[in-house]
Design a protein around this ligand. Sequence first.
Ligand code: ADP
Length: 227
Amino acid sequence: MEILRVENLTKTYGEGINMVKALDGVSFSIEKGDFVAIIGPSGSGKSTLLHILGGVDKPTDGKVIMDGSDVYKQDDENLAIFRRRQVGLIYQFYNLIPVLNVIENMTLPVLMDARKVSEDRLNELVSTLGLNGRENHLPNQLSGGQQQRVSIGRALMNAPAVVLADEPTGNLDSKNSQDIIHLLKESNRKYNQTLIIITHDENIALQANRIISIEDGKIIRDEVIRK
Ligand code: ADP
C-alpha cells in the first residue's frame, strides 16, 4: 500500500540572481512500512525535501500525497494537525524543549493536539527506548544519545504515518549512532512504521531497503537494495 507520493516537487528560494532551485521536479512513491535512505552531497536539497514531506516548508510547485490526502491543499489549521498527527520529525540536534523533562517532551505533541496521552504507549516507548529511570530528567541532564532517544519517542508518540529523520546520528559517536539506527529499525519493523532517513553515512544507507540519491535538487538514482 502506498503511504506517500510526491509529484513533480519544485522548491525555489529567493528571487532574481539570488534564486536557488533547491528541488527541481522530484517524484517518487513510498510503500507503507518501507525504510528509505536519502543521500546526496551537502546543498543538494535533502533537508528541503524532508521539510516539505513533513508539512514544515511549502513547495513552490508539485504535490505531496500522504496517506491519500493532498497535504498542501489543506488550510493552515489542518496542515498544523497534519504535522502533529501524520509525521514524526527527528533532527540532528534533537530540538527538545530545555525546560521540559523527558516525559513532557515526549508527550508534548499529543497534548498540543488536545488529546489524551496513552499511558500504555508511553510506558512501552520509554522502555523500548531505554529511558526508564530518566523520566523526570531535563534534556541537559541527558547524554546526546539519550536526548535523541527522547526525540524519537516524541516522534513516535502519535504513531505517525511516516517518520522523517534528518541526519539523526550526525551528532553522535558510532556506538550511539548504531543504537539509534537499531531503535529506528525496530520501530519500522515492530509498528510497520514507514521510515525516511537522510544520512551521509554509507553504513546507515546500506541498512535501508531503498536508497534515493539526490543531486542539484533532482533524483539521480533510486535503488531498491532489499525487499
Ligand atoms: P541539503 O539538506 O542536501 O544539504 P538543503 O535542502 O538544506 O540541502 O539546501 C538546498 C539548497 O537550498 C542549498 O543551495 C541551500 O543553500 C538552499 N536553501 C535551503 N534553505 C534555504 C532558505 N531558507 N533560503 C534560501 N536558500 C535556502
